[in-house]
Design a protein around this ligand. Structure first.
Ligand SMILES: Cc1cc2nc3c(=O)[nH]c(=O)nc-3n(C[C@H](O)[C@H](O)[C@H](O)COP(=O)(O)O)c2cc1C
Length: 207
């Protein structure tokens, strides 16, 4: 099957901004404008105490003060990984543009107030699903899940201010960001930024 097919934008790595998050945000806007489906869906990799990596898709909730925020249940595998090894790596792939962005760095949990705000901003359906779930535990059947969500939905509707205490917003502060523009000629452009004190250095890398 072909990869990196289609009409990819050209990216000339000149006049690069000093801060890679500015370039990320400009690429993100371009992805939205280009109609990339769900450009905020991002793969998050973590590793536990045994060093074994695992990855899954999460939603990028915000980019605030240069940090990338996502939210999850503190009982989940990724959260348990982050407890013992507080580093993560995010990778975005925006297929219609042939663009990949990798972001890596230390991750910390934000406070309960911000996490509660994030939980309450979710739709009633997602609040109910989060309330119903028991991450990492064996589920008996699909019916058990449907019934648990139904009961949780009744609670959410009856108590709209109810917050799931296990809900946590995590903030990844990048120390490395790579922006990658695919090319049909395979002369892909890779720009790697590394944190350097208060600022950043960047260089091109061989693809
Ligand atoms: C598009 C998409 C968005 C998702 N967003 C989230 C999210 O924001 N937070 C979350 O905890 N799980 C999200 N999930 C589910 C996760 O991929 C994963 O199944 C779940 O969090 C359990 O992961 P873990 O056991 O590795 O911790 C999303 C899945 C998809 C496909």
């Amino acid at each position: 099957m072909p990869a990196l097919a289609g009409d990819l934008p050209s990216f000339v790595p000149e006049a690069l901004p000093p801060d890679p998050v500015d370039l990320f945000l400009s690429w993100f806007e371009q992805a939205v404008d280009a109609g990339v489906p769900e450009p905020h869906a991002v793969t998050l990799a973590t590793a536990g105490a045994d060093g074994a990596p695992s990855s899954r898709v999460v939603v990028l909730k915000d980019v605030r003060e240069g940090a990338f925020e996502f939210a999850t249940d503190r009982r989940s595998r990724k959260a348990r990984d982050l407890d013992v090894n507080p580093r993560g790596a995010l990778s975005f792939y925006w297929q219609p543009q042939g663009r990949q962005v990798r972001v890596a760095g230390p991750v910390r949990a934000l406070d309960a107030v911000l996490s509660a705000q994030d939980y309450l901003a979710r739709s009633p359906a997602s609040r109910a699903a989060a309330l119903a779930t028991c991450p990492g535990e064996r589920l008996g059947s699909a019916t058990e899940l449907a019934e648990a969500i139904e009961r949780a939905r009744e609670r959410v509707d009856a108590e709209p201010g109810l917050v799931l205490p296990e809900w946590v917003v995590y903030s990844l502060v990048p120390d490395e960001v790579e922006l990658w523009q695919g090319s049909p000629t395979r002369a892909h452009v890779r720009v790697l930024y590394r944190r350097d004190g208060q600022g950043w250095t960047h260089r091109l890398e061989w693809p």
